[in-house]
Design a protein around this ligand. Structure first.
Ligand code: NZQ
Ligand code: ZN
Length: 389
């Protein structure tokens, strides 16, 4: 196990009816806030009215900015920064999923950064500070509710880039499992794929002697795999949603990569797909991850056998570990298909004419490599995209 320091400062407020107290929670930070949300699901579900009531009861002044799109855009971030400065707002409440939360984090950094906030995402600058952000989560998926990352798409060139900084950990996140009842089935599948991907990115490591975190990751994966089919059948199954929502946060709050180095190539490859084609991040991962696995499994067959036997209950074949490893990958793929996820670029409706461009962008024109488990060059990324075709 590697040396590490671990601090996740996000206060989690979990359970039934918990969004009612959002106003009081915000009073610890501010009385003038930006209320940021997406395309309107929160109005349809009635969540918006309950949030407004809580803000009014607490005497909080709010300015609204709605319309965050999945794969959140830089132009919306600029608008948020402008509003916060003009209206003197010093707290951002994100009500929604990863897209709204990431947009909020970008605005939070941008307000206090003396320059173009894209500098932070393009690697030209680092964020020294940010306004405080709080979240009310409506979809277990991205894990942004307790992560130190934000991913934004720049419409100029369709670059989707992430930034991680401890200044953007949300101060609190309200996780009320009932809010997931209204999710479309496709979004449930995308969320599951993203949660599993966050766990697998951490699982496939070259770090040795990481038994505890291996076991934590495996059991979190098994919990997600067990409960997702249940909520697809019965969308108001509180107990299953509770497991999934807490699992989604734990999968990405950095606990599970303590003392180990994760991979993250699949995420970076996927960001090129959703950057250019605006596909859902989870669906893109369901396509990229199995292809990545087929490309790299020989690097550490033992680890892939462990994944197959412990997570997917594959009967080990002692005469052919390779067969065991491949069966684990195949079961992952079948699981994705069974929950309505695409597993090929064709199913994702992504044409094959820009694979070279994506491989180029992902590796910065072959000047950098992707991933830690097996560092990938441009040609490797291209091969993986072709395997995904
Ligand atoms: O916009 P509205 O109308 O709210 O609809 C949303 C949106 O269309 C809908 N939705 C959300 N909650 C709902 C609901 N519909 C009905 N009932 C509800 N309760 O679902 C759609 C997807 O929302 P979005 O916020 O895009 O989903 P998700 O949480 O999957 O976020 C995806 C974004 O997060 C980034 C991804 O790249 C992507 O841009 N990620 C962020 C990470 C981070 N900050 O740590 C890590 C991840 O790896 C990921 O990259
Ligand atoms: Zn993800």
């Amino acid at each position: 196990m590697d040396n590490f320091s671990f601090l996740n400062p996000t206060k989690i407020i979990f359970g039934r009816g918990t969004e009612k107290n959002v106003g009081e929670e915000i009073l610890n930070y501010s009385k003038n806030i930006l209320l940021h949300y997406g395309g309107g699901s929160i109005k349809k579900t009635g969540l918006y009215d309950r949030i407004i009531k809580s803000l009014d009861n607490a005497g909080i002044r709010y300015v609204e900015l709605s319309g965050v799109k999945p794969n959140p855009r830089l132009s919306m971030v600029y608008e948020g920064i402008r509003l916060c400065k003009q209206e003197k707002l010093d707290f951002i409440l994100a009500v929604g999923g990863g897209s709204t939360i990431d947009s909020s984090k970008a605005i939070a950094m941008g307000v206090l950064y003396d320059g173009d906030v894209w500098d932070i995402y393009s690697g030209k600058a680092t964020a020294e500070s940010a306004l405080p952000v709080g979240t009310v989560l409506t979809i277990p998926a991205a894990g942004s509710e307790s992560s130190n990352s934000s991913v934004i798409t720049n419409e100029d060139g369709w670059y989707k880039r992430g930034h991680s900084s401890d200044v953007i950990y949300p101060r609190f996140s309200i996780l009320r499992p009932e809010l997931a009842y209204t999710l479309p089935k496709y979004q449930v599948g995308c969320g599951a794929a993203d949660i599993l991907a966050h766990l697998m990115e951490r699982y496939f490591t070259n770090t040795q002697h990481v038994e505890l975190t291996d076991r934590l990751i495996e059991s979190t994966m098994k919990t997600i795999i067990h409960h997702i089919p249940k909520v697809l059948k019965d969308p108001e199954n509180y107990d299953s949603w509770a497991e999934i929502m807490w699992g989604g946060a734990l999968a990405h709050n950095n606990l599970m990569n303590t003392g180990r180095v994760g991979d993250w190539a699949s995420h970076n490859i996927e960001h090129e797909l959703s950057g250019i084609y605006d596909v859902a991040h989870g669906a893109g991962l369901a396509v990229v991850f199995p292809a990545w696995m087929k490309y790299v499994y020989k690097h550490d067959i033992k680890r892939f056998c462990q994944f197959a036997t412990r997570v997917w209950d594959v009967e080990p074949n002692f005469f052919s570990p390779e067969e065991t490893a491949l069966e684990g990958i195949s079961r992952l793929e079948r699981f994705f298909s069974s929950i309505g996820m695409p597993v090929t670029l064709a199913e994702l409706k992504v044409p094959l004419d820009r694979l070279e461009e994506m491989a180029d962008k992902a590796t910065n024109g072959d000047k950098s490599t992707l991933g830690q488990f097996v560092p990938l060059k441009r040609a490797d990324v291209l091969s993986i995209l072709k395997l995904a075709a």
